[in-house]
Write a protein that binds this ligand. Structure first.
Ligand SMILES: CC(C)C[C@H](NC(=O)CN)C(=O)O
Length: 455
């Protein structure tokens, strides 16, 4: 059992609820202390403030900017990671306490084990192992945040501000915050972007007895269900007019990249427990995940959701959904079209209730240039450690800051995942295998070495 990972997983650094950001700060301080113990120079950089959908302005947790002793003859690598996590409760169906890292048959289960505390620690372990030999082949900088899971508030501005200082001498930026597509190690060259929406419907002054008022008022929940039901058809096609218009057309060269992925549809059905996907072939399923947009409905705040029955008409409900975006979609344009769509559907309901739509995340999609020399180093490092060629993959999830790193700093960005395809990021029983954690640490060490040969 890895003691450090156990200590980090024990911190409930769920960033989803701003009232709990104290735990996120505790986690950031713990990570900062670890880096200082390793001889790193650490700044807890001010990330500014953020306005919540309620209108309230809150102070953001800081961002760790750290660096180790620099040798001007060596290349400088900046590693990005995050130490906040998604929410997790035993009642969601976890087999073990999500905040008590538990080893079962070679897997380490706990919230954040793979997304992203395990990989962040693996980077630190790789640095430490070189420190023991006093021959680290590249200069290392670190940027570690605590709000990735809610859209990296404040980080965009901080990167702009530090472009000519912290980032000035950085040659490469690397991120390990995603999963392999199969059991073969991978290099990731694209992620989808995301816009997250809150649709609030507010009706009566207070919750009402459905036996008294049912049938005589227009219920907020019925309005909300009509709105949410208008977003998608049964084939998964987004119904918001114009949203998918800008999707980059598929080229033959890009299509060929899918041929070599050893993705097994049957195994994937078993992993997630579904009878079939919306697409029929491996290529179509992967494209739906990586290079086409999707819309998912996540939940309803304010609706009765406890066990048992309560005969209530909720006064105010907030539906939550997000749209994953791909090149060349633009989050502000998507957000405008979604708002227009919801207002138009709402107008047909002739409702006396109030509608408010807020977009809380506006993260751009990211695609790297596969000819970038970092990918050569990554490919060699995978070969060194695993003895196989990596799969070149994209990722359906979002790293909000990836495209900003590339655009603002002009530096090369690569993703080097060490997490397994079945690690259950954001899900019940999230885990990292002992194998991936240890071999992943070796991969990072090999990558430092291969990168130094490029310089
Ligand atoms: C913008 C999202 C909240 C970011 C989140 N990122 C990850 O899961 C990265 N491992 C996502 O839902 O994609």
């Amino acid at each position: 059992m890895n003691v450090r990972l156990k200590e980090w997983v024990a911190i409930k650094s769920d960033s989803g609820d701003h009232t709990k950001w104290g735990e996120v700060e505790t986690m950031l301080n713990m990570a900062a202390e670890r880096i200082k113990k390793m001889g790193g120079k650490v700044e807890l950089a001010d990330a500014g403030t953020h306005q919540l959908p309620s209108g309230e302005t809150v102070l953001l947790p800081p961002v760790i900017l750290a660096e180790f002793a620099k040798d001007p003859k060596k290349a400088t690598l900046c590693i990005y990671g995050h130490v906040d996590v998604q929410p997790a409760k035993m009642e969601d169906g976890w087999a073990t306490d999500p905040f008590n890292l538990t080893e079962i048959k070679g897997n380490l289960y706990g919230r954040g084990a793979t997304d992203n505390k395990g990989p962040v620690l693996a980077w630190l372990h790789a640095v430490e192992s070189y420190q023991a030999t006093k021959k680290i082949p590249v200069n290392i900088k670190l940027i570690i945040e605590g709000l990735e899971e809610v859209g990296s508030y404040g980080l965009f501005k901080l990167i702009k501000k530090r472009r000519d200082s912290f980032f000035a001498d950085v040659d490469f930026i690397v991120i390990s915050d995603n999963v392999w597509a199969t059991t073969t190690p991978a290099l990731t060259y694209g992620t989808r972007g995301s816009s997250y929406f809150f649709v609030e419907i507010e009706g009566p002054k207070l919750d009402l007895h459905s036996g008294v008022y049912g049938g005589s008022i227009q219920e907020p929940m019925a309005d909300l269900i009509a709105l949410l039901g208008s977003l998608l058809d049964h084939t998964g096609k987004i119904q918001v007019v114009g949203v998918s218009d800008d999707v980059t057309p598929l080229t033959e060269d890009e299509r060929k990249l899918y041929d070599n992925i050893s993705f097994d549809l049957e195994e994937m059905k078993n992993v997630v427990g579904v009878k079939h996907f919306l697409q029929d072939t491996k290529e179509e399923v992967l494209m739906a995940r990586w290079r086409y947009p999707s819309l998912s409905i996540h939940g309803v705040e304010g609706a009765f959701s406890d066990p048992g029955s309560k005969t209530i008409i909720p006064r105010k409900v907030t539906g939550k959904f997000s749209i994953r975006q791909v090149p060349n979609m633009d989050p502000p344009d998507v957000e405008r079209k979604v708002k227009e769509h919801l207002e138009q559907v709402f107008s047909t309901l002739n409702s006396p209730n109030r509608l408010k739509v807020t977009a809380t995340v506006g993260a751009k999609p990211w695609v790297a240039n596969l000819q970038d020399s970092q990918y050569v180093a990554g490919q060699k490092a995978v070969k060194d450690v695993f003895g196989v060629e990596p799969e070149f993959i994209r990722e359906g999830s979002t790293i909000p800051i990836a495209q900003t790193f590339q655009e603002e700093t002009g530096k090369s960005v690569m993703m080097l995942p060490i997490s397994g395809h079945d690690d259950g990021e954001h899900s019940q029983n999230e885990k990292i295998s002992r194998y991936n954690y240890i071999e992943g640490t070796k991969l990072f060490a090999a990558y430092f070495y291969e990168l130094s040969l490029l310089h």
